[in-house]
Design a protein around this ligand. Structure first.
Ligand code: ASP
Length: 324
């Protein structure tokens, strides 16, 4: 029997150490611990890796601290467009959705694609129709809005400095000590994800995001793209990415970790470090990833100032972190 393990992330980048308050840090750590406890308990009981990553990402989506589901960032049109993906390492079954705004939990829509369709990727209204037909909770788009994200959009629009901004960069511009101030003032990235290995030895991965503040409507990042933002194969590993999506797509980041293990005989840590510290920075990619291999090794590398992250092995206490 394999020693089950789950790892999660709530986005690369973090409120800088200088500006994060003890209360803010505690809020993030408590959320990560709670979500690891709940999804880990599912693995303890013999639940599948697929169910564990689905649960973890659903809970991360429901938590407004993170840029996915409720609390997602705004597009330049002041709308929300969310993307998500899920992959089953045992079968290579997968499902993705992009640019959706009325499904309460985008990760469940991705799973519905995987389980109810012969296709793997839907976007926009047809993706929402598929989710509704699968019986998922549908909501008005403003369910996803929070005052903080609106403030981020207004700030980015006012500066005119960037055409679009990673979640953490936008939050970063909130004044220190502001009630809503989240993360690193220079490098806030946002997305959520989970990877898991279950007692039967199966791997799974899931990723969900609101994308980038002030992004152009229709823009899709790496998160729902199998091989870039999400990948799982029992032959190698399960990976969920977070960061500058365009660079993760160009690097085929998640699959590159798996490919280096399979074709170059690298360990999980060697492969993950190569992608995050060599390949991504070489093209200006900022962010990180979480990965677990078929032996239960875990890697959580990031090249940003911080990444909300944690893991929990079966029967053990969760381990969470924000900075290096
Ligand atoms: N990768 C996400 C995207 O490009 C954003 C992030 O992880 O911060 O949409």
């Amino acid at each position: 029997m394999t020693t089950a393990i789950i790892a999660i992330h709530g986005g690369a980048g973090a409120l800088s150490r200088e500006t994060i308050t003890p209360q803010q840090q505690a809020a993030y750590e408590t959320a990560l611990n709670d979500i690891l406890a709940q999804s880990g308990a599912l693995l303890d009981k013999g639940g599948s890796a697929l169910d564990a990553v689905t649960l973890a990402v659903r809970l991360l989506e429901d938590c407004p601290l993170f840029n996915a589901g409720h609390g997602s960032v705004f597009t330049s049109a002041a709308t929300h467009e969310m993307d998500a993906a899920i992959m089953d390492g045992a079968t290579l079954g997968c499902g993705s959705v992009a640019s959706i705004s009325t499904v309460r939990n985008p990760v469940l829509a991705a799973r519905a694609v995987m389980e109810t369709s012969e296709h793997v990727f839907f976007c926009g209204k047809p993706a929402e129709a598929l989710a509704a037909a699968a019986g998922l909770d549908m909501v008005e788009p403003d369910y996803f809005s929070t005052a903080l994200r609106r403030e981020q959009l207004d700030r980015v629009r006012a500066t005119g400095a960037a055409s679009f901004v990673l979640d953490h960069d936008a939050v970063a511009q909130v004044q220190p000590g502001h009630a809503a101030a989240p993360l690193d003032e220079d490098s806030k990235l946002g997305t959520v994800g989970a990877v898991a290995l279950d007692q039967a030895g199966n791997l799974a991965a899931a990723t969900s995001t609101g994308g980038m503040t002030n992004k152009q409507p229709g823009r899709v990042g790496d998160s729902p793209i199998i091989g870039a933002g999400c990948y799982a194969s029992n032959q190698s590993c399960a990976v969920s990415s977070t960061g500058t999506g365009e660079m993760f797509i160009r690097s085929v980041a998640a699959y590159d970790v798996a490919a280096q293990m399979q074709y170059a005989g690298r360990t999980l840590a060697q492969a993950a470090d190569n992608v995050v510290f060599d390949k991504l920075p070489a093209i200006g990619g900022v962010g990180g990833l979480i990965a677990i291999d078929a032996q239960g090794n875990v890697a959580l590398p990031f090249n940003s100032e911080g990444m909300y992250r944690g893991y929990r092995r079966i029967g053990q206490d969760p381990v969470v972190g924000i900075y290096r």
